[in-house]
Design a protein around this ligand. Structure first.
Ligand code: URA
Length: 292
């Protein structure tokens, strides 16, 4: 970095941050001012890639920009305003209020089977009108690990079981890599128990209606560790509004239970760039389970 102008250093720092946050393939060593400016001139995209998540769709990384040429004749000016906008967007994101971790619903039963029965007949939100089946959980309620996904997709809605489509089979493979299986050691549930039509994003009021079931499941299953996969589970259980790139790689506590966050297997299937971070997260998961 030595010998770089402040602008080039700022560009390199920003790009390195993006690479770290997204586990991306940006190789920035040696990016100097001239190269950065020529990227601005060429309108080359360095950020704003599709974010990872969710069954069968692409989610945009919120408020991230793209380094594009503008009508400005001066690429240095457009680069500077791009960076300024990015910094402002980041400050706005950082200032977002923390999401309430929420509380369990006192009306929900303390008996597991009764909770399941109640969920299977739930009409708390609009998703009950379009679902075929409520997808409560799979795996053993005595499991050491609880995996929390986002919401059922078409296969899950048809079968009544979570993570049975392509992403689910991939999840099983990932878990097998660290010696875990839903038959023996994993319990799987979602933030939403009913499929959002067309696999759209869960809406805030749907999460509010449905998440007490998940919280009660966690309370009753008492897993040793929770793994949240994808943005919605990660944000809900950490109680933050951070991006997944910022959330992953740490051990949090959910009501005293160690909680890890990683990318959704569907995201990984679409884009291999998250393979390494997911692998690292699984090693961290294994070491937490092993008491490390
Ligand atoms: N994706 C999820 O988040 N959950 C499922 O059950 C299936 C796909």
């Amino acid at each position: 970095m030595s010998g770089r102008t402040p602008l080039a250093a700022e560009v390199a720092r920003f790009l390195r941050q993006r690479a770290e946050l997204q586990g991306g393939e940006l190789v920035l060593d040696g990016v100097d001012r001239a190269e950065a400016l020529s990227m601005a001139r060429a309108g080359r995209s360095v950020a704003g890639d599709s974010g990872p998540d969710a069954p069968g769709r692409t989610v945009e990384e919120p408020a991230s920009g793209t380094l594009r040429s503008t009508d400005s004749p001066d690429p240095e000016t457009s680069l500077a305003s791009f960076l300024k906008a990015e910094v402002e967007a980041r400050s706005r994101r950082d200032a977002e209020p923390e999401v309430d971790q929420g509380a369990t619903d006192p009306e929900l039963p303390d008996d597991y089977d009764a909770l399941r029965e109640l969920a299977l007949g739930c009409t708390r939100c609009r998703l009950s009108e379009t679902r075929n089946q409520v997808v409560f959980a799979d795996g053993s309620p005595d499991a050491r690990l609880m995996v929390v996904g986002e919401a059922p997709g078409a296969n899950e809605d048809a079968s009544g079981l979570p993570f049975v489509g392509q992403a689910g089979r991939f999840l099983d493979l990932l878990l097998a890599c660290v010696g875990l299986s839903r038959e023996e050691s994993v319990y799987i549930a979602n933030v939403l128990k009913c499929r959002p039509p067309g696999n759209r994003d869960p809406q805030a009021d749907e999460i509010e209606c449905c998440s007490p079931f998940l919280r009660k499941q966690i309370e009753l299953v008492q897993p040793e560790v929770i793994l949240a996969v994808g943005t919605f589970a990660g944000k809900l259980l950490t109680g933050t509004s951070s991006t997944l790139g910022r959330l992953r790689g740490e051990v949090y506590s959910y009501e005293g239970v160690p909680l890890l966050v990683t990318y959704h297997p569907a995201a990984l299937l679409r884009n291999g760039r998250w393979t390494r971070p997911v692998w690292d997260d699984l090693q961290l998961l294994r070491s937490v389970l092993d008491g490390g």
